[in-house]
Design a protein around this ligand. Sequence first.
Ligand code: COA
Length: 136
Amino acid sequence: MTIRSPRLADVAVIAAIQAASPETAQWNPLDYLKHDCRVCTVNGCVAGYLVQREVAPGEREILNLAVDPAERRKGIARQLLADALQRAQGAWFLEVRASNTAAIQLYESAGFHRAGRRPNYYADPAEDAIVMRFFS
Ligand SMILES: CC(C)(COP(=O)(O)OP(=O)(O)OC[C@H]1O[C@@H](n2cnc3c(N)ncnc32)[C@H](O)[C@@H]1OP(=O)(O)O)[C@@H](O)C(=O)NCCC(=O)NCCS
């Protein structure tokens, strides 16, 4: 398992993982290269990615995190999260669908706490967001 910055050639695989992960935001993966994006490779193949950005000095948000369905429950998301959190100190925020228990358990196991709820934050399907916070 290796974590590195993505290359242009990785974008198609990132797009495929995103398309297979309806729980996560469906943005243009090319835009991820403009943010702080890292991919995790297994045997040289991209198996997951995490995108984050600075929103204010000392404050960052996790925009997207997804793992290839065939590679889940192998610790890839935990590794991507640990990599992100140790690369920048300060406050971290994220929003997650209220029904996304896998992601919520992942973030709680990494030390995130629930900081609030945004009613009807998501569309298709409409759903509340749980806001989570962590200080590194
Ligand atoms: C959420 C997601 C990123 C987890 O990726 P993963 O690589 O399978 O997660 P890990 O193997 O690192 O799991 C770490 C911990 O997260 C929790 N977890 C992960 N998947 C879980 C599941 N399906 N059910 C319950 N807990 C889960 C567990 O606490 C797990 O620790 P454990 O395996 O020791 O029990 C993955 O399921 C995914 O890509 N989902 C679709 C996209 C998504 O929801 N992204 C989050 C958007 S905010």
